[in-house]
Structures are given as C-alpha cells and as structure tokens.
Design a protein around this ligand. Structure first.
Ligand code: 7TS
Length: 419
C-alpha cells in the first residue's frame, strides 16, 4: 500500500461517465482568457487526476527517502512503492517479468537507450535500420546518430496521401541486412494506428529486432508486448496521465542481457574496483543514479487510474469523439484534415485555407481553446505533405463533444476575424 493513496477498485464494466471523470482532473475547471478551458493538446501531454497529484505530494510529505539502499522505515516504504510501480508497469504491458521493465525519463530516453546500447553493439557497417516517414524526431535522430557511427544505413517506409503506411513498400525494404526496425505505433501528428503486428512478424522473418514507439498508443489502447511480440517498446508517463520525467522501456530479457549499460554510476553496479566493474542485474543495469522516485510511484497510480476506467471505455468514448470531430470539422469550408488513415486514434490535424496554423493557434487560445500548431517534431512528415505544419486537436477520455462544438465555433470566429 502506498502511504496516503487509496485506489478505486478496478472495474471496467462500470458505466463511463465523462462528467464524473472530469471531476478527477482539477486543472480542467478553470477559465483561460475568460473562457472555460478546452484542452485539446493531449498528444503533447495529458492532464493529471487528483490521485496522481496526491501520490507525488504524499511521497514528499510522508516518506521522501532514497530507495534500494536504506534500511530505515521511510526508505523501505519508498522502495516498496517504487518497485510496486514496476510490477504495475509489467502488468500494464503484460511483460513476462519485471526484469523487462526499465524505468527511464520518457520515450525519448527509451529509444536512445536502445539505439545506444543495442545499436552500437550489434550494428555493423552495411547493416540497415528501418523507420517510417511518420516518425517523431525522437525515433529518427537516435538512429541517424548510431547509423553514422556504425556505417549503417537508415531506410524509410513511405506512406500514402491519407497517412497509411505502405506495407508492400516495407516488405521490399526488408532483407538480410535489416537489423533493426523502429516504428511508431500511433502517429502523434496524423493519428494513424500502424499495423505493428504485421510489421513485427515480417521483421522477425529476416531476423531483425523491432522497437515500437508507444508514446501515443498507450494513452488510448491496451498494449500487450507478448501478444505483439515486439522486442522493445518505449512510452512516456506524462502522456498516460502520470507525471513528466518518467517513462518505461520494455525490452525482452534475452536482449537486455546481451546489451551494455546505457550509463554508468551508482545503482547499476554489483562491484567496483579501479581495475574492473561488474554490472547489476536487470532491470537495475540500465538505471544508473537516483531515479525520479515520486515520478515512478505516481506513474504506477496513473496506471491504476487508467485500469479503473478501463481501456474499453476509453477507446469507445474517444472513437465517438474522433468520429464526431471529423464530421463537424470537415463541414467547415476551407478546412482540410491531414491524416485520414483507415485506423486512427483521437487526433485530428488540419489546415484552414489562407490561415497560418500559428495564427489559428493564437486566436483559439484567446478563446480558451488549447490546440498545438507546428511540425509536431515530425519535420520529414510535414515535408512529405509539402506543408510547414498543421493545427492539431488531440482528444483524451475527459474531453466532450460539447468542447468539440466550441472548437468549431472558435475556428469559424478566427475565419471571420481574418477575413
Ligand atoms: N514519440 C511520439 C510518437 C511522440 O508523440 C512523442 C512526444 C515522443 C516520441 C517523445 O516523447 P517524450 O515524452 O520523450 O518527449 N510528442 C509530442 C507531441 O506530439 N507534442 O509534444 C510532444
């Protein structure tokens, strides 16, 4: 039991009540620029329920202490709560062991860890790494860096005009030089849900390992790493209603065992002499230094919170928001949706004729509506569509169709203002 936190019972058959859920999120009940806040920037970071906020403050109020090395009461409490979060993370992803759950500071660090510790060790000159056109920069740059260093080649899966990955083109890229495939499960800029199960099966046929960028999948859908058979998966706590500065890297134990540590320091060692250091066991081998203890504990509480609502309920509500939003936004004259893939999460990227996304973002903010504008850290994807950026509305389970109506009205107002 984590001091000061009581978790609601996990009950996915409970009816979904969006107004009750909104009461769990204190930040949603404020006015911005004189209007009730409409928060549609969930793909950048999601809001935090009271339980998560309380878990952080209770840690500092009641048992702030360093973990894994203390014998005193508070250190034991903190260690217990931190390791309980690892078990919750294991169950959340259905990993087979907590040895496969490495705590990181987020998706970016998870991908860098694999590029660095796996890529540097196993890539040879002439080998190939495959990513896709719709990757976030954090799933491009680490691979470019390691490919440059090792003399390997980066190859890119193309997409069609709706934002679907071209599987036939992917098949053509695969060969016996392919060592790593790293793709985004759900695109932050388009909302596309990629057919990752097929991508993984095909990669395994040529002996490549597969890393999934799970940053945008985990807020919306249950992810089962064993059913997918992915080799690595990274996610960020702050996108799954937990705190910033925390994340999970899942890796198959067999692969993690073969990899060198990412960073050296305390915690990741077994013995140190000036002549030689032996490394700690998994998962501590990849966790040098004092971690974000309250962040880990609170991420565990965020996972409990998601479970208490249930992904089935989340997926249904968000699907309704996506369908409704797509329909009403499409009716706005001059509005074009970028990304109309067959499978989509609740993300709508759009452009309005004659209006720069930046102006749209600023003028919606004046009406209390938070969207994101720009390239969304996907510059090569924007180049693919020959656009500088988009306006992006991304929905979470606490959003409502009434809020989408406000967005529509807001866009119409901006159109009138800018003539
Ligand atoms: N991968 C994807 C698909 C993402 O959407 C993001 C963050 C990251 C990786 C990096 O996550 P981090 O937590 O390590 O920073 N995406 C966004 C976004 O769309 N707007 O702001 C951050």
């Amino acid at each position: 039991m984590i001091p000061g936190v009581s978790i609601r019972e996990v009950n996915i058959s409970k009816p979904f009540d969006v107004e009750a859920i909104r009461q769990d999120f204190p930040i949603l009940h404020q006015k911005v620029n004189g209007y009730p806040l409409v928060y549609f920037d969930n793909a950048a970071t999601s809001q935090k329920p009271n339980l998560v906020i309380d878990a952080i403050s209770n840690y500092y109020k009641l048992y702030n202490s360093n973990i894994h090395r203390g014998l005193h009461y508070m250190s034991e409490k903190a260690t217990e709560a931190y390791e309980a979060a690892r078990e919750k993370s294991r169950a959340f992803l259905n990993a087979s062991s907590t040895n496969e759950i490495n705590f990181t500071k987020g998706t970016t660090e998870g991908i860098n860890l694999v590029a660095s510790s796996y890529g540097r060790k196993f890539l040879q000159p002439g080998d190939e790494v495959i990513i896709s056109t719709m990757e976030h920069h954090s799933n491009i740059v680490p691979w470019q860096m390691v490919c440059d260093e090792r003399g390997a080649k980066l190859r890119i899966i193309p997409i069609d005009d709706d934002g679907n990955l071209l599987l036939d083109e992917y098949k053509k890229l695969l060969n016996d030089r392919t060592k790593i495939v790293s793709v985004v499960y759900v695109s932050n800029a388009l909302g596309t849900v990629n057919p990752v199960k097929d991508i993984i099966t095909l990669a395994h046929e040529v002996g490549a390992v597969v890393m999934l960028d799970g940053a945008q999948a985990t807020p919306h859908m249950a992810v089962d790493v064993q059913a997918l058979d992915c080799d690595f998966l990274a996610l960020s706590s702050h996108k799954i209603f937990g705190p910033t500065g925390m994340g999970i890297l899942y890796g198959k134990e067999r692969l993690l065992e073969q990899m060198n540590p990412y960073q050296g320091g305390g915690e990741m060692i077994k013995t140190v002499t000036f002549e030689k250091t032996t490394y700690n066991e998994l998962p501590y081998k990849f966790e040098a230094g004092t971690p974000d203890i309250s962040g880990g504990i609170a991420m565990g509480v965020a996972i409990d919170y998601i479970n208490s609502i249930g992904y089935q309920n989340i997926a249904k509500h968000e699907h309704d928001l996506l369908v409704y939003g797509t329909e009403v936004l499409s009716q706005i004259e001059g509005l074009r949706i970028i990304g109309q893939a067959k499978e989509k999460a609740s993300v709508i990227s759009f452009l309005v004729d004659g209006i720069h996304p930046y102006d749209m973002g600023v003028l919606l903010d004046k009406q209390g509506i938070a969207i994101r504008t720009g390239h969304h850290c996907c510059q090569p994807l924007m180049d693919r569509f020959a656009i500088p950026g988009t306006c992006r509305a991304s929905f979470a389970f606490y959003n409502t169709t009434a809020e989408i109506d406000k967005l529509v009205k807001g866009i119409e107002k901006v159109k009138t203002m800018l003539g």
